[in-house]
Unconditional design. Sequence first.
Length: 434
Amino acid sequence: MTPLKIGMIGLGTVGGGVAKILTQHPDRIERRAQRPIVLQRVAVRDLTKKRDVDLPAEILTDRVQDVIDDPEIDVAVQLIGGTGEAREIMLALLAAGKDVVTANKALLCEHGDELFSRARELGRSIAFEASVAGGIPIIAAFGSALAGNQITSLSGILNGTSNFILTEMADKNQTYEQALRRAQELGYAEADPAMDVDGTDAAQKLVLLSQLAFGVRAAVAEFPCSGIDTLTLEDLKCAADLGYMVKLLAVARLVDNLLEMHVSPTLVRNNLPMADVQGVFNAVKVTGDVVGETWFSGQGAGQLPTASAVLADIVDMAVGRSQLTFPTLDLFGGRTTFSVQPTDKILSKFYLRFNALDRPHVLADITDILGRHEISIASVVQHESPEVESNNNSVVPVFIMTHRATEGQMRAAEAELNQLKSLQSPCIRMRVAE
């Protein structure tokens, strides 16, 4: 019953949630951990800032070094963003003999090799359930529950901000800009939402999941990544007319013993479960060679869902599970089981949207370029333009659904399509889930 003493670095949204749970439900946490868990020290940037959690003044400090140097702290909960200062702090915490819990997926993507290697050298543990999919216990599932499987595929909605924006656009007939502003008002999107809406956040999470599921150490730059920031309400309406919802999907799957990876806005059939994932919820579909298809879903962001994942790691540290499993965790080790499939070889059906000048032969030019690159067309939708005499400058959207083609074929065709003076940018391309 020796207390586990916690030091926390960062008391923002997630840190505040962790502090609330520890202070409001100590008996519950003690029962699960079989020992008291005590918040010993909390490092913050501004001691005068008002917060929605009431902590004793004596445990607050504006010096991270106070957490690093405190010999009574067993586990440090690092809840700051970025990769530079966060890396230095984690290395210092490990060197000071502390196990670490973190929610910083960008840090692990960029410096995971170094941090995990150093932790193993020092006999320390790093836990990171909160770094992917908020409150969904997907890291634990890969690390233990699905350990008897060779994962053959995973696909998921891993960014709640993008999913909220797409839901608002589809359900409330809002433009992208309107839905983004609403996400920012509710705290789902940052003032600078770039990493959420351009696909980077989901791609970093896919990197971590792919290492756990497939033993593949891929960098974000090694696979295609695009976001929702170029989509329009018209794209979502056209997809709906065709029987699809648009979702930002992160996909990793084995194809001919190579790992296909990509993050992109994707058309998902309305009758599939992934199409029903709304708002800030995340979902991950995982297929194993033994268990078959499994689903994980829940809130992928927000104070308490993410704090729930952090607390799970803290309890695992308290009972000693993390210390037993971390040395054998198949992540950032020396083994690479599969190679990443070359981007140009990735096969998919595609949705294309062009802004075309309403002139003769434009559609013929588009189909000629696609045909010369062996891209077969499944369907074409062209909306009628208003009848205006002597107006050759009106623009009409043209929507095309293709049969399966490679990424290489599509990129080569796009290079030619972008040279057509009858098409105005941007040309939108989305995958179609199969």
